[in-house]
Each structure stands twice: as structure tokens, then as C-alpha cells.
Design a binder for this molecule. Structure first.
Ligand code: IFM
Length: 705
């Protein structure tokens, strides 16, 4: 274990270059609008330095949209007695701490160049949660054993990559000894961005008006024992933003940190979580909540929540079902305003979803599997593995359950928040348009209604017929749409009539949704086990337990075409239906039979898989097994157990851990009187305490063994 924790901090006391990429992701800070990876201030070979502005996607020619890194505010080039400060020269001491209480990242390094005195260099940075346009950085340097001459350069650096080349082209700059403004145009010409920075430093400061990297330069001499502090602030304003924000405030770092702390305290009050008996799990959950809150847009005009949050270049920040199913339900019960913001994003994407459905010759709305700013499909058609032939990607066309997943998240939010204003407008429209998609998608014959040629959550099996999860979710969706139409007609006639006019709803539509739901087949059942898709029971049996010790997925080992013929699955599929739909697990014998059959067939090739299994095992009365899986899920981001940590954190794993705890181990649910629990805690968890909001009112829940 390379990380060091206490209750409210994540830290490290050694610099290990091999882990630096993953740690850049782990030490990401954010305020919902901006996020900055934990790359060092001074350049590092192999760094993936990045600051992101949520929702600011650019569309490189011939490529899918990417949330490219914006010009960087963090870079500081330091030289001590003319020797460049870099951790390529191993430091004499190193400590880095991320404070989850206020989002301040602090790094202290004891460092001496080959022939220099010893310096203590401390960096602090924060993206204040209460001022989402701003960034603040403080540098404190002390000459410890001998006088030192320091040269410092810092400014706004547009040479950072995105992920392969810069996304922003400099178009102008203006500055003086303490203020700098630089303007950029995105490479697709669609957006303008203005970055302003301010420097408060002693000594003679000069401005180097470099085109791509305008920066200040200052030279300072420190006597032994002397120290000095430099503060830099920055702000990002894009053509998306409304009013011009106030000029950069002339305040010190501590004031930024204090404001941020007040805002974080408010959030933490709403998502407190305590586990008596397992401080490690408690810290992991707090870290998970921190990163979700740091990436969730704080306003309804903002973006959605990406699969890598805002912590790396993985998946180009596209939004998948990861957010709707693994993150939004947690936000719904703790910070419903943030869940509502994500749903507002989904509503803004509805036209894109309509275009996608129309492109397939169908009605209604078919959500993008990978979504960016417009809601149009962003899944690349091909991927090019580093060694090997290009591989066709069909998820964007065939992973149709996404439409029901969005509806499910909206409905879950509505049940918990009681936000009728949402449901009677955007929520209902999304749900009805999605249901219309299913109605135009199914093939009805004398054996029922079928959905053929899809990919279910288990992405190992491609173009399958009557996938149990897809059909069950579509059935659920059609029924919900019918009840929402009826509810609207009865309870909100004005909103109903508005929608009737806008969408052309006719009186028989709800009845047709219900009828179709009743016709949709759920597939074969053998010894109570649902067949994952038509033909699954006839696949070759692979004994996964025999393929040990295994560090790679079965996809890597068998390859795509062989995988089609075997019964190994990537992530829960039938079990996903059980996890999401209480009705699907109502019969305990059916639930148990499906668990016993599918759990051993799953190789957890996806980061989404383990937390779902963990929560479901707890739900099915196996908390110790659930805990074993929960620990493995913790390792995905906290031990980089999948080996892709440098690409960014896994939103679904982090949200999934929180959901496994609340909805799984603590058995959180709703009945008519409000939130209830029906816990099945692991042996060593004495109590789990947390707060949830139901219909705007906080409820303190405590579950004991
Ligand atoms: O959404 C997931 C999918 O379920 C499995 N592959 C990765 C995607 C993004 O995390």
C-alpha cells in the first residue's frame, strides 16, 4: 500500500515515479466546473498534466468530441542556483496530502541540487468549491542550509495535450508584472476561452510574452533561514459562460481555502458516512464521495458526469450509463441538486437522442451510449489497439439499454426527491420519448415481443437476441411511461396538455405502452435461472476458477470471436437487473439461483462489476461475500488493480462502492413513510451511519449488526 490516510486526508510520503501517472488521477481536485489532475507544478517526464472545464468539448476534425485540457495554470518552472527543480533528482523528503475537508492539495519537498543548499518547497492548490471559476496556487520556499538564488517562471501554458495534441489555439494576450490575460480559440473554432492570471510575488518580475506560454519570470535571493511566499490565482471563462466574472480577487491563499472549506462542509453534512469497525472502508467511501462531488456540475446549465469524472483523459470524458446508474442514485439521496443537474444535462441531450433514434428509422429517443455536449452518439466506430488490427466498436449502435437507464435514473430521482416539477416537465418527456423508442424497436410475433441484435451490459457477447437485462429494463420503462402519462393527466393537467401538444400524445398511448410491456419476453428460465440471452445456455462452459493465477481479463486471453462462444461474462447482466429492479429479486429462490449461476461466470472485466456484485451479495444475505467483493472494488482506484489508473478514476466504481454500502449492506430503500433500511452488515461493521435526504428533509440513518 503506497497511500497513507487519516480520516479526512489522503496522502503519500514517497515519490515513486512508476506510480506517478495513477497518482495524478488520485490527487485530482475539482469544484464541479473545473478540475485539475494531481500533476506536479514542475514538469515531469511522462506527465499527463491537465485542467478541464466541465462540458467544454471540442470536436477535432474526423474524430469524436473530447474534453480537451485547457491551457494550464499550474506549471511552475523553478531553478535553485540555476539547477532546474525536478523530482528526476530524487528528493530528500516528499509529502503530499489531499484534504477531503476543503479540497486543498499540499505538497512539500525537501530538495537540493547536486551543488545547491537544501530548500523546503511547499505548494498548495485549491479549486474553491464556492467560486467555481477560480483557481489558487501558493508556493512557499525556504532556504534551509545555505543562501540560494531562485529563478521562477509561471504563467499560462497552452502546450498541454488533449490527449494527443493541444485543443486550444492562442489568439491573443495582454499582461504586465502582475496580471495576465490570454485568449484562445478551440481547434474546431467553436469556442472562445479567456484565461486570466494574477501573481503576487516579491522581487523584480518580468513578463515573457511567449505566444503559447506567456509567463512571468522572477529572480529572488534567500539567505539561510529565509523564506518567501508567492500566490498565483487564475480564472477560466469560456464563450459558454454568461456574465463576465468579477476580476480576480486580491486575496491570499488562506481565504480561498477557507471559502472552499465552508462550501465543502455544507456538502459533507449532506453526505456524512461513518462505519464503526472499518476505518479503511470509511476513508475509501469518503474519498469516493469527494471525487464525485468534485466532478458533479454545480449548476443546471452545466455538463453531465463523465465516466472518468474529470480526472483523466480516459474515454475523452464521455458520459455513459456509469453516471445514471452508478453515480446519480447516490447523489439523489445525498445531494439531489447535483443529481438534478445531471438529469438536466440528459434533458438537454434529448434532441440528440431523437436524432439517433431517427437515424435508425425509429421513433422517440435513443440515448447516446457515449455522450458529450450535444447528445449525439460519440462512440468511435473503431478502436486501434497498440498492437493489432483495428476493432469495430458496436456499443454505440447496440447497447440500447442506455435509454432505459436514463429513465430509471430520472424515476429514482423523482421517487426520492418528490420533485414533481421535474417529472411533470423534463422527466416525463425523457421517459415518454424513451418508451416510444422501445415501442418502435420491438419485433412482435406470435411468441411475444422481442428485442433482437443488442449488446447487454455484458459486452463480451455482441448482437444477441432477447437479452434479459435489456428486455426487462425496456418492460420496466414502458410500464413507468404509462404510469407517468396517467399520473400527469390526473395530477398535473396543465403540464399534461403541454406535453400532449408538444409530443402529440394520444389517449391510447399509455395503454399501448402497457400492452407492449406485457408482451415483451424475458427469455427462457431453467431451474429458476434466467437465460442471459437467447442461446446463452448452449454456450461452451469455461471454468473460470481453473484459469488462475489470472491478472488479465478473459477478453485479453480468449479474444473477441472465441468469447462469443463461451459462457464467461464481463459484468453483471441478469444480476444487473436484479440489482436495479427490486421486483426482479422479489422471489428469493429465483434471486439465489441466478446469483449462484452467474456470479462464478463473471470475470469482472469491467470496473462496474465488482461493486454491483458486492451490493447484491449483501442484499441476498451474503454480507461476508459482499465485503470480499467490496474490498476488491476498493482496489480498482486505490491500488490501481486494473492497471489503468493513469487514464483517470472510475466514476462507476466510486459511485458503486457508495451504493453498495447504502443500498446493499445497509439495505436503504423507500416505503410510504420514507427511507428504511434492512441491513446485512459484514461481521466487523458494528454500525453504519449516514444521512439521506428524502423529499428535501434530512434523515439520519444508523444500521447496526
Ligand atoms: O459503461 C461502461 C461499460 O459498462 C463497460 N465498459 C466501460 C464503460 C465505461 O466505463
Amino acid at each position: 500500500m503506497t497511500l497513507e490516510w487519516d480520516s479526512w486526508t489522503l496522502g503519500e510520503t514517497r515519490y515513486l515515479p512508476a506510480l506517478a501517472g495513477w497518482h495524478e488521477s488520485l490527487f485530482t481536485i475539482g469544484n464541479g466546473r473545473l478540475a485539475t489532475r494531481g500533476s506536479f507544478e514542475e514538469p515531469r517526464t511522462g506527465e499527463r498534466r491537465a485542467t478541464f472545464v466541465n462540458g467544454l468539448f471540442v470536436h477535432p476534425e474526423g474524430d469524436t468530441a473530447v474534453l480537451g485540457a485547457v491551457p494550464d495554470w499550474t506549471r511552475v518552472d523553478l531553478a535553485v542556483d540555476s539547477v532546474p527543480f525536478t523530482l528526476d533528482v530524487p528528493p530528500a523528503g516528499f509529502q503530499r496530502t489531499l484534504s477531503l475537508a476543503d479540497g486543498v492539495l499540499t505538497r512539500t519537498v525537501l530538495w537540493r541540487g547536486p551543488e545547491t543548499g537544501l530548500a523546503r518547497i511547499r505548494f498548495r492548490r485549491v479549486l474553491p468549491l464556492d467560486r467555481p471559476h477560480l483557481c489558487a496556487l501558493e508556493l512557499h520556499i525556504e532556504a534551509m542550509t545555505a543562501p540560494i538564488a531562485l529563478t521562477l517562471e509561471t504563467g499560462i501554458d497552452a502546450t498541454v495535450g488533449s490527449p494527443t495534441r493541444p485543443a486550444w489555439v492562442p489568439v491573443g494576450q495582454d499582461g504586465d508584472r502582475s496580471n495576465l490575460t490570454a485568449s484562445y480559440r478551440s481547434i474546431d473554432g467553436a469556442h472562445d476561452l479567456e484565461v486570466t492570471a494574477r501573481l503576487a510575488a516579491a522581487g523584480a518580475v518580468t513578463l515573457i510574452a511567449d505566444h503559447a506560454h506567456p509567463r512571468w519570470r522572477t529572480v529572488l535571493n534567500l539567505d539561510t533561514g529565509e523564506s518567501m511566499t508567492i500566490t498565483k490565482t487564475a480564472s477560466y471563462r469560456s464563450s459558454h459562460d454568461g456574465d463576465t466574472p468579477a476580476p480576480l480577487p486580491d486575496t491570499g491563499f488562506d481565504e480561498f481555502a477557507a471559502g472552499s472549506k465552508r462550501a465543502w462542509s455544507q456538502r459533507w453534512r449532506q453526505c456524512s458516512i461513518e462505519i464503526d469497525g472499518d476505518p479503511e472502508a470509511e476513508r475509501a467511501l469518503r474519498f469516493a464521495a469527494f471525487q464525485l462531488l468534485a466532478a458533479a456540475p454545480g449548476d443546471a446549465a452545466g455538463a453531465g458526469i463523465g465516466a472518468k469524472l474529470m480526472s483523466g483523459f480516459g474515454y475523452r470524458h464521455h458520459v455513459f450509463w456509469d453516471s445514471d446508474v452508478f453515480v446519480v442514485p447516490y447523489l439523489t439521496v445525498t445531494n439531489p441538486d447535483l443529481a438534478a443537474n445531471h438529469l438536466a444535462y440528459r434533458y438537454r441531450c434529448l434532441d440528440g437522442a431523437r436524432r439517433k433514434a431517427a437515424g435508425f428509422g425509429r421513433q422517440g429517443a435513443f440515448y447516446a451510449w457515449e455522450s458529450a455536449d450535444s447528445g449525439d452518439e460519440m462512440t468511435p466506430a473503431w478502436t486501434r489497439p497498440p498492437h493489432g488490427e483495428p476493432v469495430r466498436i458496436l456499443t454505440g449502435e447496440l447497447q440500447e439499454h442506455i435509454t432505459a437507464d436514463v429513465a430509471w435514473a430520472a424515476h429514482h430521482y423523482w421517487r426520492w426527491s418528490g420533485d414533481d416539477a421535474f417529472m411533470s416537465t423534463s422527466g416525463a418527456e425523457m421517459i415518454i420519448e424513451g418508451a416510444r423508442y422501445w415501442a418502435s424497436r420491438v419485433d412482435v410475433n406470435d411468441r411475444g415481443a422481442h428485442i433482437n441484435g443488442v449488446i447487454g451490459p455484458d459486452e463480451y457477447h455482441i448482437e444477441v437476441d432477447d437479452n434479459h437485462f435489456t428486455n426487462r429494463m425496456a418492460r420496466w420503462h414502458l410500464r413507468r411511461a404509462a404510469s407517468v402519462v396517467r399520473w400527469l393527466g390526473a395530477e398535473h393537467p396543465d403540464a399534461y396538455h403541454r406535453l400532449v401538444t408538444k409530443l402529440g400524445i394520444d389517449t391510447g398511448e399509455a395503454t399501448r405502452f402497457d400492452r407492449l410491456a406485457g408482451q415483451l419476453v424475458l427469455g427462457a428460465q431453467r431451474n429458476r435461472v434466467w437465460e442471459q440471452f437467447s442461446g446463452f445456455f448452449s454456450l461452451d462452459v469455461v471454468d473460470l476458477e481453473a484459469v488462475t493465477p489470472r491478472t488479465r481479463s478473459m477478453y485479453d486471453l480468449l479474444g473477441e470471436s472465441r468469447l462469443q462462444k463461451v459462457d464467461v461474462i464481463k459484468q453483471p447482466d441478469v444480476l444487473m437487473a436484479l440489482a436495479m429492479l427490486p421486483a426482479a429479486r422479489r422471489d428469493p429462490d429465483v434471486a439465489r439461483a441466478n446469483w449462484d449461476y452467474y456470479a462464478p461466470r463473471c470475470d469482472h472485466g469491467s470496473s462496474l462489476s465488482l461493486p454491483v456484485h458486492a451490493g447484491l451479495a449483501a442484499r441476498l444475505g451474503e454480507p461476508e461475500e459482499g465485503y470480499r467483493l467490496f474490498r476488491r472494488a476498493m482496489g480498482i482506484d486505490l491500488e490501481d488493480s486494473m492497471g489503468n489508473g493513469a487514464d483517470g478514476l472510475h466514476a462507476a466504481t466510486l459511485g458503486g462502492l457508495l451504493q453498495a454500502t447504502l443500498f446493499g449492506f445497509a439495505g436503504l430503500g423507500l416505503d410510504r413513510s420514507g427511507p428504511i433500511t434492512s441491513g446485512g452488515l459484514p461481521e466487523h461493521w458494528r454500525t453504519v451511519g449516514f444521512t439521506v435526504l428524502w423529499r428535501g428533509r434530512p434523515h439520519d440513518m444508523e444500521v447496526t449488526r
